[in-house]
Design a protein around this ligand. Sequence first.
Ligand code: IMP
Length: 201
Amino acid sequence: MKRLIFATNNKHKLEEVRAALQGKVEVVSLQEIGLEGDIPETADTLEGNAEQKAHWVWDRLQGMNTSADGCFADDTGLEVDALGGAPGVYSARYAGEHCSFDDNVTKLLTALEGVDDRRARFRTVICLIVNGEEHCFEGRVEGQILRERHGMGGFGYDPVFLPDRFAVSFAEMPLDVKNSISHRGLAVEKLRRHLEENLEK
Ligand code: IMP
């Protein structure tokens, strides 16, 4: 089985991606290979950040004995039309450098006070590098920003995101339902299909 390093130490993401690629690829975190350090994330697009993170890991893997076949990294943002696509690539630190998820949601609801156009989308970009060759995969989910928080599940902006064709927010859905329609779920599915078609040969 192929072995890929996922440029994350986020347990939630690791579990989710591991489950999606189960039986196809062994997914290993940075912590598990002892790769430490702050991965730079200084690009101004999701694509740029995913590429930057994947290349940072790929470059370091060359000097390590990890028996990895490659690596991948992801970046996600919430794009709100009425805010010109903000918070976008800055979604994690929308309300400031060390802000909480709740601070971000409060800032978003305040920015959209009195605004009727609530259209928004989550977008995830995954960048995979195998044999020095790069491939990117995008997943997106369209929806609306609610006027107040709904639900206790999920994380981040989930309580205020109502995906199209659903009557409940991401925070009110069982996790398996969210994962089956979410930006990250769709990007991981494209990665899985690519690996199925290319890696196992
Ligand atoms: P990351 O690139 O996956 O770390 O995501 C950046 C930021 O986007 C996170 O800090 C969250 O605020 C937000 N975010 C990413 N994925 C989700 C999601 O599935 N639900 C809600 N918010 C999310």
